[in-house]
Design a protein around this ligand. Structure first.
Ligand code: HEC
Length: 248
C-alpha cells in the first residue's frame, strides 16, 4: 500500500536525484581554463586533484592524467571517425576522465582494457588501428605507470617559463605532445601536418593558430576535446606568433 505521504516522499527523492544529475551534466561545461583539475573523490593529495584551488607542483615520478594521459588519448584516440564525441566507435569515448576510466582498472594495468588494446600484437585488434601509428613504448609506459599509481584524475602545475620561447625548445615539443597525433601521420586532420616548422608557421601567420587555441569565433576550437590548452601554453604560442613565428 502506498500512502499519499509515501508518494510525496518518493517524488521529492526523485526531484533531488534529477537535480543532482542535471547539475552533474552542467559541470564540464563550466570548467574551461586555467588547467582543469575537476574534483574527483579518487584523486589523492599527491596529484593536485583538489579542485584546482592550489594544485601541487609537478612531481617527476608521478604520471598525471590532465597533462600526460588526456592529451595523448585525445590526439591518438578521440580523432574524428574514432572515439570522439560524435562517432564514439563501439561506444568508447576517449576525451574525458569519466569515460576513459571505464576502460581502466586502477592499480591493475594487466586487467585494464586500455592497456590490452594498445599493446595488442594482432593488427586487427591493436589501437590505434593501422594506418595510424601505434603508441610509442614511452607513451605505453606512461599509461601503465598512471594506472599503477591508481589512475587518478590528477594534475599539477609545471614551471611556466615564457622568457625564452623558441620553436625547437618550446613550440615543437608542445605540438608533438598535443597536436601531431591528429595533425601528423599519413592522413593529417584538416589536411594540416604540424610535424614541420613550415606548416605551423603557415597557420601562425594567417591567424588560424591564434584563433583556434583561443577558441575564437570563426575558428575550429583546438584541441577539439579535453579542454583548452593551459594558459601558460597559450601564452607561449602567442609570444612565438608575435615574434613572427620564427624557425629558431
Ligand atoms: C583529436 C584530433 C585533433 C587534435 C588533438 C588537434 N586537432 Fe587541430 N584540427 C583537427 C581537425 C579535425 C581539424 C579540422 C576541422 C575542420 O576544418 O572541420 C583541425 C583544425 C585545426 C586548425 C585550423 C582551424 C581553423 O579554424 O581553420 C588549427 C590551427 C589546428 N587544428 C590547430 C591545432 C593545435 C595547435 C592542436 C594542438 C594544441 C590541435 N589542432 C590538436 C583535429 C585535431
Amino acid at each position: 500500500m502506498t500512502t499519499r505521504q509515501e508518494r510525496t516522499l518518493t517524488f521529492s527523492a526523485m526531484a533531488v536525484i534529477v537535480t543532482a544529475i542535471v547539475l552533474l551534466l552542467m559541470l564540464p561545461g563550466c570548467v574551461h581554463e586555467p588547467p582543469v583539475f575537476p574534483e574527483d573523490p579518487t584523486a589523492g593529495n599527491g596529484g593536485g586533484g583538489n579542485g584546482g584551488v592550489n594544485p601541487d607542483p609537478c612531481d617527476p615520478d608521478t604520471v598525471y592524467f590532465q597533462s600526460d594521459i588526456l592529451p595523448l588519448l585525445v590526439s591518438s584516440c578521440a580523432i574524428p571517425g574514432c572515439h570522439d564525441a560524435i562517432t564514439h566507435e563501439e561506444g568508447i569515448r576517449m576525451y574525458d576522465y569519466q569515460h576513459i576510466i571505464q576502460e581502466v582498472d586502477p592499480f591493475d594495468p594487466g586487467g585494464s582494457e586500455l592497456v590490452e588494446v594498445i599493446t595488442e600484437t594482432d593488427p586487427d585488434d591493436i589501437m590505434p588501428p593501422p594506418p595510424h601509428d601505434p603508441l610509442t613504448p614511452q607513451q605505453i609506459q606512461n599509461i601503465i605507470t598512471w594506472i599503477q599509481q591508481g589512475a587518478q584524475n590528477n594534475g599539477c602545475i609545471g614551471a611556466c617559463d615564457t622568457t625564452n620561447v623558441t620553436y625547437s625548445g618550446s613550440i615543437a615539443p608542445l605540438f608533438d605532445w598535443k597536436c601531431t597525433g591528429c595533425h601528423g601521420g599519413s592522413n593529417p586532420q584538416g589536411n594540416l601536418d604540424f610535424t614541420t616548422w613550415a606548416s605551423v608557421n603557415t597557420v601562425a601567420t594567417d591567424g588560424r593558430l591564434a584563433g583556434a587555441i583561443q577558441h575564437e569565433a570563426g575558428y575550429e576550437a583546438m584541441p577539439p576535446s579535453g579542454g583548452m590548452l593551459p594558459s601558460c601554453e597559450i601564452d607561449m604560442i602567442m609570444i612565438w606568433i608575435q615574434d613572427g613565428a620564427p624557425n629558431n
